[in-house]
Design a protein around this ligand. Structure first.
Ligand SMILES: [Zn+2]
Length: 373
């Protein structure tokens, strides 16, 4: 018998799950704590206005007062609207182009930026180097192939902020829709990527914007802060999608985080090889924030995920892999960050420094808790 949470759809298969006397899981309780910490409605709006006032003050006399990462997805598109139209900020949009963007994503980026009259700073990745790194992550047989995009985007945002002397980076994350990833599912850091590339790659990291600890510390000391404004909103995905379509002509790309072909492949790989269906995370979040019922989620999760059939063919072609090599990679024993060198021991040793960074809004609390212990 697999026991399941009485509120969300997390069950015994989720690492680190515990249940209280009402049968509610620890992840649901974590969500409640976040809700208490980040109020919405009038109280949330007040927090957002205070945040905007600080950002405006820091940007006096500068061309931009904040940097916003944009993917063409729903959250970052909405964040641009919120920042400029609702809060009166002067954002610079920054984009990391891993050359796997979907056509819809590119159109969404164009449409949002032109209608809001926001400048864009893009870091375009060298295609061959990206493919070599992507192949190394696959050969390493770890579940974090998307760490490549995530780390590179973070670095890109810092680079843009440092270049234009901007002190605030705004992030479109909302725990109300993204959810809380089970403990030990994923681990991301710059050294992790570097050690995997050293072992499996055919070239050195050159153009890839890695988040090396040295440069990251330099940006932290420069007092560049990362904030998550959507935490203060009752962020409802369906309403936001409808709003963006109506107001801007923005288009839905047909699946959570499927705006990028490589990210779409990541979802497929996690499901097929690692038996991790990311919809559990998303649906559970939507249940906790009242945007989906548990019964709806149970029905929906039974349906196979809508992976475009040509995706695997495209990945093989772009990464220059034959069927035999690809099949061998899919059959490799599963490995994790524990099998490779990472910054984790360093992060733990520097716990005091990161505590200070968290307390001064320079890193998210989740980083401090997850990486420094
Ligand atoms: Zn739960």
């Amino acid at each position: 018998m697999v026991r399941s949470c009485t509120k969300c759809i997390y069950d015994d298969n989720v690492p680190g799950i515990t249940y209280d006397e009402k049968g509610v899981c620890n992840y649901c309780r974590q969500h409640e704590q976040l809700e208490a910490e980040y109020p919405t409605g009038d109280a949330g709006m007040k927090k957002l206005r205070e945040m905007a006032a600080l950002i405006k003050r820091s940007g006096k006399g500068k061309k931009y007062d904040c940097v916003i990462g944009i993917s063409g997805g729903c959250d970052s598109s909405y964040l641009l609207h919120l920042a400029k139209k609702e809060l009166g900020l002067r954002p610079l949009a920054a984009h990391f182009d891993n050359t796997w963007n979907s056509k819809t994503a590119v159109e969404n980026i164009d449409i949002m930026l032109s209608k809001l009259d926001i400048d864009l700073w893009t870091y375009v990745m060298d295609n061959d180097e990206w493919n070599d790194l992507a192949k190394s992550m696959l050969k390493a047989s770890v579940p974090e192939i998307d760490a490549l995009s995530d780390i590179a985007l973070t670095t890109t945002l810092y680079m843009a902020a440092a270049k234009f002397n901007v002190k605030y980076i705004l992030n479109g994350h909302s725990f109300r829709t993204e959810g809380i990833t089970p403990i030990n599912w994923f681990y991301f850091d710059g050294k992790y990527i570097a050690s995997i590339q050293k072992e499996f790659g055919t070239r050195k990291i050159d153009k890839y914007p890695n988040l090396w600890l040295g440069r990251w510390m330099k940006w932290l000391v420069m007092d560049i802060k990362r904030l998550r404004p959507l935490y203060y909103m009752d962020y409802r995905k369906e309403d936001v999608k409808a709003f963006l379509s109506k107001e801007y002509g923005w288009k839905w790309y047909g699946g959570h985080h499927l705006e990028n072909r490589y990210t779409a492949f990541n979802h497929y790989l996690l499901d097929a090889k690692f038996k991790r269906d990311l919809r559990y995370v998303e649906f559970s979040a939507l249940i906790r924030s009242g945007q989906m019922t548990r019964a709806e989620a149970i029905e929906e999760i039974k349906k196979p995920q809508p992976f475009p059939g040509e995706l695997i063919t495209e990945v093989k072609k772009r990464l220059g892999m034959g069927d035999a090599e690809y099949d061998a990679i899919m059959k490799l024993p599963l490995r994790s960050a524990k099998d490779y060198k990472t910054y984790r021991p360093t992060f733990k040793a520097m716990r005091g420094f990161f505590w200070l960074m968290y307390k001064t809004n320079r890193i998210p609390k989740s980083f401090y808790i997850k990486y420094c212990f």
